[in-house]
Design a protein around this ligand. Structure first.
Ligand code: PLP
Length: 411
């Protein structure tokens, strides 16, 4: 008799996101004339840039001729893309990354969700809070947690709750942990981890033989000088950290699918007998077994992001979103609200008036302004009392949403 993996049953489900959709649909049904503005979306809305489209068209042409047709590609990705990644993402930072340390994939979501497989099932997991929910859920599925408690937390997971006072930097754990998930620029708070804070994490991981899983899917949005763009800018990070980056938000690839993960060869952790093993070799083994590479056409499109035209064009799109971020930030501040993020990330983290929980606030915002956002509690217990708005919308609609919020009494 096949039995299911009961760890899946521990997950409360994407209850909150489903609930938000249900509420929005119900509101729309009751008020068909309502002009609802969605600032809850975590997806891009601008089209792919011409340099990417041209490169993908050329690649499609190559696939149509026997001489240039490509079948299965290398599991780690084509050299042309890996070289472009190293030359454009790492070399300008003075960071050395070798070609066989880069793993091209079809998304950071899969990589951050799958990476836990190569670590022991009793690894103690620490997760920033609030944060992108995939880190937590993938570890719950793998059986590294107890049940979901009334406090909104899973037993057996260490929540690194960030506070306003700490700039939402994850708190250091009191108990020892083995796998540490950090996300900077952060989804949902839009804040970045300061260099000295990252250096502390690297030192912690070294001391405890832990591994840092560093999700930097939004690094292309960093605007302020001096902000860390790769964890490998921190001395010693190659021995303790895996880094995830994605073309999704950098170049509008959410529907095209391409990302990459860097696993340095210095990163070794012990097996059950205490023998150090290469994490890079294990991830390669995992990918070669369970993954068959990203399509040639998509990798040519990703390579084009790093051409001069591609860089200029993607920059313009990011500028567009970041201008939206500034409109939301400035508008909410002018209305007397306290907001975070939006300077190095496309997310604005809105502190709610005292006494309002984020789910009730979602109702209020929908009913009063016909604006949809995401309740902070959806990103972990540390997100309660906050609300996420995104900069991925249309400019005029974003302006209109901010105007409505400014003119409303929300609390
Ligand atoms: N990491 C973070 C922090 C994200 O917010 C997202 C998407 O929203 C992802 C990873 C997923 O990226 P991808 O589209 O490459 O799977």
């Amino acid at each position: 008799m096949a039995r299911i993996n009961s760890n899946y049953l521990k997950l409360p489900g994407s209850y909150l996101f489903a609930e938000m959709k249900r509420k929005t649909d119900a509101y729309k049904a009751a008020h068909p004339e309502a002009d609802i503005i969605r600032l809850g979306i975590g997806d891009v809305t601008r089209p792919l840039v011409p340099a990417v489209i041209d490169a993908m068209h050329r690649a499609v042409g190559e696939m149509g001729s026997a001489e240039t047709f490509r079948g299965y590609g290398p599991e780690q990705g084509y050299d042309f893309l890996i070289e472009a990644i190293i030359a454009n993402e790492y070399a300008p930072l003075g960071v050395e990354v070798a070609a066989d340390e880069v793993f091209v994939s079809d998304g950071s979501k899969c990589d951050v969700g799958n990476i836990q497989e190569i670590f022991s099932s009793d690894a103690r997991v620490a997760i920033g809070d609030p944060v992108y929910p995939v880190y937590l859920d993938s570890n719950v599925m793998a059986g590294r947690s107890g049940g979901f408690g009334p406090s909104g937390r899973f037993a057996g997971i260490t929540y690194l709750t960030g506070t306003e006072e700490s700039g939402f930097a994850p708190a250091f754990p009191r108990e020892p942990v083995d796998l540490i998930y950090l996300c900077s620029p952060n989804n949902p708070t839009g804040t970045v981890l300061p260099r000295e804070e990252l250096a502390r994490w690297v030192a912690y991981a070294k001391e405890h033989e832990a591994v840092i899983l560093y999700d930097s899917a939004y690094s292309a949005y960093i605007r302020e000088a001096g902000v860390v763009r790769s964890i490998y800018e921190i001395p010693g990070a190659r021995e303790v950290a895996i880094e995830f980056k994605s073309f999704s938000k950098t170049a509008g690839f959410t529907g095209v699918r391409c990302a990459f993960t860097v696993v340095p060869k210095e990163l070794k952790r012990r097996d059950d007998r205490g023998v150090p093993q290469s994490v890079n070799a294990l991830w390669l083994r995992r990918q070669c077994t369970k993954f068959n590479g990203v399509s040639y056409i998509v990798q040519r499109g990703a390579e084009a992001v790093y051409t001069p035209g591609g860089m200029r064009q993607t920059r313009e799109v990011i500028d567009y979103y970041m201008e939206n971020a500034a409109i939301i930030r400035d508008g909410l501040e002018a209305a007397g609200y306290r907001v975070f993020g939006g300077k190095n990330a496309p997310y604005i983290w809105w502190k709610l008036p005292a006494g309002l929980d984020s789910m009730s606030f979602a109702d209020k915002l929908l009913n009063t302004c016909q604006v949809v956002g995401t309740p902070g509690v959806g990103f972990g217990p540390g997100g309660e009392g906050y609300f996420r708005l995104t900069a991925f919308g249309d400019r005029n609609r974003t302006r209109e949403a901010v105007e409505r919020i400014r003119n409303a009494n929300l609390g």
